[in-house]
Design a protein around this ligand. Structure first.
Ligand SMILES: Cc1cc2nc3c(=O)[nH]c(=O)nc-3n(C[C@H](O)[C@H](O)[C@H](O)COP(=O)(O)O)c2cc1C
Length: 194
């Protein structure tokens, strides 16, 4: 037991968000990506709705996604606000990744479970993926900028009206993974009642 507690503490604490621009272009085996997805599927879920849905982009799928989102950014941005470097980054972030998993929430037909709880369940599934990636020496980054919350992306992904896109999980290897982050002490965020 000691060994597994040490392992989980280490994996949780060492997981970092490494931006895709630090990825080295090496490919993750699809079998490992499936293991990451399998672990996502074991997240807790109220009413067992399992609302997580994932759209996995790799190989030529990455090119489609890169072009789609860069062009969409251009289309949705006024001339004064348009930044060519952002347009380029919207492509390179995707193209430098081995796989991009787009994180979606499928709304339950009956809508019995609160929408916030469905989003919470999806977030749990994403953390399972980030921790699994960490255990495999794979870098991950949850990004929710750019075109994440647009109707056009929802349509591109084939989502229904009440479903949501919650961001992209970029996966890749890096020669220079992020190691630093910071947190204020947990003691400042906890109240005990005893
Ligand atoms: C829901 C969610 C959305 C995020 N979106 C972004 C984002 O759009 N851009 C960004 O730079 N980081 C984003 N992040 C990652 C955070 O920046 C990162 O977790 C934070 O800086 C702490 O770094 P660490 O994960 O290495 O500890 C997001 C994280 C979460 C949980």
């Amino acid at each position: 037991m000691t060994q597994s507690t040490e392992i989980i503490n280490e994996i949780i604490k060492s997981r970092r968000s490494t931006k895709p621009r630090f990825f080295n272009g090496n490919k993750i085996d699809n079998s490992v990506v499936w293991q990451i997805l399998e672990n996502a599927n074991w997240a807790p879920t109220h009413g067992l709705t399992q609302p997580w849905r994932f759209k996995v982009f790799t190989d030529s799928g990455l090119e489609k996604l890169a072009n789609f989102q860069a062009n969409l950014y251009k289309q949705l941005t006024t001339e004064e606000k348009f930044k060519p470097e952002k347009f380029e980054r919207m492509k390179t972030n995707v193209l430098q990744s081995s796989h991009v998993i787009i994180i979606c929430m499928q709304r339950q037909k009956s809508e019995k479970i609160l929408r916030d709880e469905e989003i919470e369940a999806v977030a749990c599934s994403v953390q399972n993926m980030a921790l699994t990636a960490q255990a495999y020496g794979i870098c991950s980054f949850w990004g929710s900028g750019g075109v994440t919350y647009t109707q056009e992306l929802k349509e591109f992904l084939g989502l229904s009206e009440k479903d949501l896109c919650l961001g992209y999980l970029y996966l890749g290897y890096s020669d220079n993974p992020a190691t630093q982050s910071r947190r204020s002490p947990i003691q400042e965020k906890v109240e005990w009642f005893d």
